[in-house]
Structures are given as C-alpha cells and as structure tokens.
Design a protein around this ligand. Structure first.
Ligand SMILES: NC(=O)c1ccc[n+]([C@@H]2O[C@H](COP(=O)([O-])OP(=O)(O)OC[C@H]3O[C@@H](n4cnc5c(N)ncnc54)[C@H](O)[C@@H]3O)[C@@H](O)[C@H]2O)c1
Length: 342
C-alpha cells in the first residue's frame, strides 16, 4: 500500500509516516516546509511544495500511480496567529484544502483522511465530548477545521471520494524510536512549558485555577503522538468499511488530565522536579475536554496504548536530542510559525 501524506514533514505527519513505514505502507510526502522540517523527510519519498499546486500534485500521482489514499495534515495551527490573521488562516487551511480536493479528484483519489481537531467542540458541563456533541469552534483556527470538515463532507456526498475526519485531542510525546518529535525549540503547550521551566530552573505557571474541574486547573485529553499515528494506520486498513461517504472519529485516550496532575506526573518522571506556581487565565484559554471513546474502538479497532508517563518520558527524551537532530539555522522562523495548537 502507498499513501500520500500532505504535511508529512510536520510533527504529526512525520510520525504518521514512520508508523506507515513500520507497518509496511510506503509514505510519499508532500510538504511546503512552511513549518515542517526537511530532516523529518530524510530518506523518504519527498516532494517540496504546496497542496494547492495542481501541476505538482499531478506529477506526484503520475510518478506514483499506486497511491491508495491521502492523509491531509497540512495546515497552520497557531490559535493566536489565526486571531491576528484570519484571512491568512482561511486561505491557508480552507482555500488551499479546496484546491487540494480538486487536484485529488482529478487524479482519481478515492480515500481522504483529514487531520481535524477536538477544538471544534462546544465545552460540555461534564467535560466530555463524543462525535455527536455540538460543535462550537472558538477561534478562527478551529473554525477553519470545522469548515474543512463540512466542505469535505459536501464534496464526498457529491463526488466519488470518501473522507474520514480524525479529530485529534492534545498530542504529546515523540516517536518512541526518536526519529521525529516536536520541531519547536520552545513549545508553548503545558508539557513544553514544564520542560522549559525545568531547564531554566524557574517555576511552572498553572494558568487558570478557577475552572470547574476537580482541582481548578484546565483539563485535557493528552494523547501520545505515536498512538495518533497508529490510528491512521488502522484507519487505512479499515477505510473501505467505514459507514458513510464522510465519517468523523475522535482520537483521544478517554481520560482527562488536569494541568496540576500533568505537573505531578512530570515530577514523578523527571530527574529534577519543577516548582509549580498559580497564575491567572490567559486570553483565549478554555477549560478543555476529554473524549468519550467508543467510535474509534468500534470503527478502527484502535485504542490508545501509551499513558501520560510515556508521553512525558518520550517528550523529555526528544527534548534532550532535538538540537542534535535539527539544525537551528531557522529556529526563529519555526518558533514564530509553529507553536502547538492549544
Ligand atoms: N498539534 C496539535 O496540537 C494538533 C491538534 C489537533 C489537530 N492538529 C492538526 O494536525 C495537523 C498536523 O499538525 P502538526 O502539529 O503536525 O503541525 P505542524 O506545523 O508540525 O505540521 C504541519 C505540516 O504541514 C505543512 N504545510 C502547511 N501548509 C502547507 C501547504 N499549504 N502545503 C504543503 N504543506 C503544508 C507544514 O510545513 C508542516 O510540515 C494540522 O492539520 C493541525 O491542524 C494538530
């Protein structure tokens, strides 16, 4: 089996490519490197360019007539940037995805897996969501994801292509074999901040301590990026048995972890513990949610295998070797353009 991975030089796409390779599936990578890293495509079939570039997509399909499916991870994902530049985000994430869909249809692609996000859900009173929960995306970024899902579903209803939207919760960790990880030198999500606090010997700030959770801090469903990746492999295997022309599946662990619990878990794993200090909410912060699992198990035969401790351990291992693997001539660019979604 051969699969085209758009955005396959990014954090998640490169891990999906590794999981495909390990499963005997040949990945072909298309990436503009706007936030991705050339190093993550090393030794892999790689085309540098944009998903909206029709002649390039035609060339890829001409040179790989046996592509069975496309995984579309290519997007911008920084929530605050999307607030500052909504037109840029709609253009990058929605307009280009529409162009990409046309290129795929022209090349007789019949299977599309789309990287969506749990950020499209409305917060619920019990902090859990499933695929039937109401949508209420809270940022331009999240709205581009909801818009793409709706757009692909409309296209799948009318054209000979089927689409699976995988709604990721909060990815952490790195490839357990340390081939790839988060490319960012200074990630801004909670675990990244903990690693920074440890390195700098400063306290970690719990931003928001008055949320309606068991300890007042925000809650997330932290999913190991390798589990996310293996879900894509499972989805490729089960794709033709999916129920409709368009299906959505949540990818999370089904367990909610608060920021304070994450800090406690970090201190159990780390050689040097971090101090924790309370701080106010940051603009745009939300209480968070975790998934009710069921559909992923039923439709994909998949469930997360790694726990929070594994995710922390692999993130720490990756942070220790990241600078050797990635040359940092363009660190400033990556930091500017590639904060993790939150
Ligand atoms: N990381 C998260 O927290 C998270 C959560 C939910 C969903 N997602 C989604 O998962 C996908 C992958 O996220 P990630 O964390 O790996 O981000 P990333 O920035 O590491 O990867 C995105 C990749 O897409 C490439 N890209 C972007 N626009 C492109 C274009 N027009 N043409 C070709 N390549 C392009 C980038 O160069 C990069 O390699 C995104 O669609 C994102 O919205 C991420």
């Amino acid at each position: 089996m051969k699969v085209l991975i758009a955005g396959g030089s990014g954090y998640i796409g490169s891990t999906v490519a590794s999981a495909c390779l390990d499963a005997g599936i040949c990945p072909v990578i298309l990436d503009s490197l706007v936030t991705g890293r050339r190093e993550f495509a090393a030794g892999r079939e790689f085309y540098e360019g944009d998903i909206a570039d029709g002649p390039l997509v035609d060339r890829i399909f001409a040179e790989h007539r046996d592509i069975d499916a496309v995984i579309h991870c290519a997007a911008l994902k920084v929530v605050s940037d999307s607030v500052a530049d909504p037109m840029g985000y709609y253009r990058a994430n929605v307009t280009k995805s529409l162009d990409f869909a046309a290129h795929l249809l022209r090349n007789v692609c019949r299977r599309l897996i789309f990287s969506s996000s749990a950020a499209i859900y409305r917060a619920s009173a019990d902090l859990t969501v499933d695929e039937e929960s109401p949508l209420d995306p809270q940022s331009p970024y999240a709205r581009t994801k909801a818009a793409c899902e709706a757009m692909f579903a409309d296209i799948a209803a009318a054209q000979p292509i089927r689409v699976l939207s995988l709604r990721y919760f909060n990815p952490i960790g790195a490839d357990p074999k340390m081939r790839t990880g988060l490319q960012l030198a200074l990630p801004t999500h909670a675990l990244g901040k903990m690693i920074q606090a440890q390195r700098q010997g400063v306290p970690f700030l719990v931003t928001g301590t008055d949320y309606p959770t068991r300890d007042g801090s925000g809650i997330r469903d932290y999913i190991h990026v390798w589990d996310l990746a293996t879900a894509h492999v499972a989805a490729l295997g089960r794709f033709d048995a999916l129920p409709g022309p368009a299906t959505a599946i949540n990818l999370g662990t089904g367990r909610g972890t608060t920021v304070r619990e994450l800090a406690d878990a970090f201190n159990r794993m780390a050689d040097r513990p971090i101090r924790v200090r309370e701080a106010g909410r940051r603009p745009g912060d939300v209480v968070g949610a975790y998934t009710r699992i069921g559909r992923a198990e039923r439709l994909l035969g998949w469930r997360a295998q790694y726990d929070i401790a594994d995710g922390i351990r692999h993130s720490l291992q990756w942070a220790a070797i990241r600078d050797e693997i990635l040359s940092d001539d363009d660190v400033a660019r990556v930091q500017r353009t590639s904060s993790p979604e939150r």
